[in-house]
Design a protein around this ligand. Sequence first.
Ligand SMILES: C[S@@+](CC[C@H](N)C(=O)[O-])C[C@H]1O[C@@H](n2cnc3c(N)ncnc32)[C@H](O)[C@@H]1O
Length: 302
Amino acid sequence: MKVISLFSGAGGLDLGLVQSGHTIVWANDNDIDACETYRNNIGNHIICNDIESINLNTIPDADVIVGGFPCQGFSMANKSRSIDDERNKLYKYFVKVVSTKKPKYFLAENVRGILSLEKGEAIKAIVNDFEKIGYIVQYQLFNMANYGVPQTRQRVIIAGTRKDVNNTFTFPQPTHTKDDWINIAEALSGIPEPSGENDTIPNHIYSKYKITNRNFTGHRRTDPQKPSPTILARGNGKGGVCAIQHPNNHRRMSVRESSIIQTFPLSFVFSGKMNSMYRQVGNAVPVLFAKHLGIQLMECEQ
Ligand SMILES: C[S@@+](CC[C@H](N)C(=O)[O-])C[C@H]1O[C@@H](n2cnc3c(N)ncnc32)[C@H](O)[C@@H]1O
């Protein structure tokens, strides 16, 4: 199917959709580094600009619109969450593009916190917004480890099918259970220690942010026998990014290792300074999970 991608970032979601046979006809992000990464790895169709300055008439028609709208306003890490948060205006842009382009399907990714925001009223309001513009809406919380991703990342997918379309989108069934989750040591086996800026493995550089063992996100020891904790995009409060500790707990994971946990292929090279690359990786939908979503979209066309 033809896909429009909003808030595309480095393109984790888009790459999974391409791998499952779809064509991204138009993409947008306002981050220069993410756009460069996207262009080099996925295609030249990304427009690097603020979504608010895009003339909607310039966006081509498509069967599907996807997007992970920025989630700070919805994030559990943000104590003052509200649907009226200024940053949620980007969500409203997503609704506007869907209501203008009227694709058969849309998929929107967000953090788990969206479900409890305003005691569940926010997600109801979101569903209502899409129903009003003609969509059957479903949403579900997913643990990426259940789909073969070596990470216990939890994310919500909101899926819409235009009411006049025969085949309603259905969510992918898990491929793994807790008994056969892929652990972080397994995922990183065969990746040698970084050897510096000129490493032959691209993006194999890492944050020197100290290793700790406090009961706090990003500061715990990593258990090599479990999937990785969520690869983070947010900062460490000191201008750096809070990379997860390597399973040997002797340093933080490199950008490359973090991207492997996000199921990006080794050939996918990130652009920008180290913190920017970590952010692009942490922001992404794991490629393998995106591929499962893409397979479900393919089913709709059968
Ligand atoms: C959660 S990330 C999306 C990641 C992407 N789905 C992936 O799989 O790689 C959200 C993206 O929204 C972009 N963004 C934030 N504000 C924006 C704006 N005003 N216009 C366009 N893009 C914006 C950010 O640069 C970021 O890359």
